[in-house]
Design a protein around this ligand. Structure first.
Ligand code: FES
Length: 161
């Protein structure tokens, strides 16, 4: 911080300014470490995930807990056999938010049959890969999608009976 600005402050203001600087430098260190581990695309999706939330009247839903103990929920809205909207929430890591974001974007406009074909490899390829310890996060998002598609099919089957 510029010394003249600092001189015009009282003790309390200086302490806040010091704390601000410390927090800024810690955040910068964390970002730098994250950039060494995750791709730019993963960080962009994790910090600004798309389609976060829930739908009011979903046509298919699923909530799946992975081996790490984290849970992903996906809601689907289907019109004329195509996915027109989907939302997700996760209580998991940043990678799970990135994967939920990519999965919900990937299936938009797809038919149910096309969406079933979406796999963790597609998610990993879009993200440019994930560290070994986060591969299961992509699988969790995809398994939740498959469970939501299954739920949609079951509801539809019942309604058709
Ligand atoms: Fe649990 Fe990523 S979803 S560690």
């Amino acid at each position: 911080m510029d010394n003249r600005k600092r001189e015009g402050m009282n003790i309390e203001e200086r302490e806040f300014a010091d704390l601000d600087e410390l927090v800024g430098s810690i955040e910068e260190t964390i970002r730098k470490e994250e950039r060494e581990i995750y791709t730019e695309r993963t960080l962009a999706e994790a910090y600004n995930p798309k389609n976060v939330g829930e739908l009011d009247n979903p046509d298919g839903t699923a909530r799946v807990t992975g081996p790490c103990g984290d849970t992903v929920q996906i809601h689907l809205q289907v019109e004329d056999g195509r996915i027109v909207d989907s939302k997700f929430i996760t209580d998991g890591c940043g990678a799970s938010a990135a994967c939920g974001s990519v999965v919900t974007e990937l299936i938009r406009g797809k038919t149910i049959e096309e969406a079933i074909e979406v796999g963790d490899r597609d998610v990993l390829s879009i993200l440019g890969g994930l560290p070994e310890e986060n591969i299961h996060c992509a699988l969790l998002a995809v398994n939740t999608l498959k469970a939501a598609l299954e739920d949609y099919k079951n509801i539809n089957k019942k309604e058709g009976e």
